[in-house]
Unconditional design. Sequence first.
Length: 362
Amino acid sequence: MRCDIAVVGAGMAGASLAAELAPHASVVVLEAEAQPGYHATGRSAAFWTESYGGPQIQPLTTASGPFLREHRLVSPRGALTIARSAQRLALEKFATGLRDAEVRVEDLDRATLLGRIPGLREDWTAGALEPDCSDIDVAGLHALYLKTARDHHAQVLCSAELLGAERSALGWKLHLAGGRELLCDVLVDAAGAWADRVAELAGVRPLGIVPLRRTVVQLRTAPAPPADLPLVLDLGEAFYFKPEAGKLWLSPHDETPSAPCDAAPEELDVALAIDRFGDVVDWRVERVEHRWAGLRSFASDRLPVYGFAADCPGFFWFAGQGGFGIQTAPAAAQLAAGLLTGKSAGAIDPSPYLAARFGPKR
């Protein structure tokens, strides 16, 4: 087999980039698992909120909003960042930063918070509401990207783990599971938690992208969470929770370094989540109905890495997208496709400024 561009990874990163590239080049997507999106993509908490990931990520999130709305992949939720009395000044600074970035935000006092979060404990006295925060149909978005890629003749090969890669003047020769081989001009690393490992297989210097485990539990509570409860986040990043079909999804906002693997939740993290939740509201946890974990991968500065490797111009990084990879997928894929093809794909201009911000040479 031969193609212009081989993309390693068929999760949200690889699928979105393949969809943007396929109209302009022949593309093959390589997925080690038996199905696309098995790891981080299939375990997302599934929300779009402009404050998540920090001010340098916010432009990508904001630029992704029109695509998500156009394809009806988001539904209203609202995000409410809450703070204790001692954190009031920090909350004001947080809200000011959002306004400076032209993100809609509303200041809520204690009385208003009680109307939004029944049973809120006394020490939580202020909040910042982002009314534009939305739930994302992650499965729908992923399926749309896979369909778009295939409609433009991209191939998606599952159970096609990359075992080795050799580069010559003619391009890359990739060795895949099952004895298959693939020739390509450009190799794209969209392998999530396995990004550094893929680089090593290709003889490219790893960037120190570290997978961090994040735990989520689904709880049955009394009372049940109101259907209109916003996504509730702690200013100190100790938890977040939101309603889901009458149940509650809760995370202790954990970030435990992990080897690349099929992540599983630890009992200690589940207990930590429930303990922190008990400090927020006086609800009773009746049952832990489900628990799962995923790996969020970060470079050392916690910014994504988009661009050609400094030590290998035929190797393109599309990795390190942490917990914001879903909500920034449309703009990130457009940006990366522009960097790969030299053509702007829409919402994000692949300018030298953005390349410098997210490029691997930084």
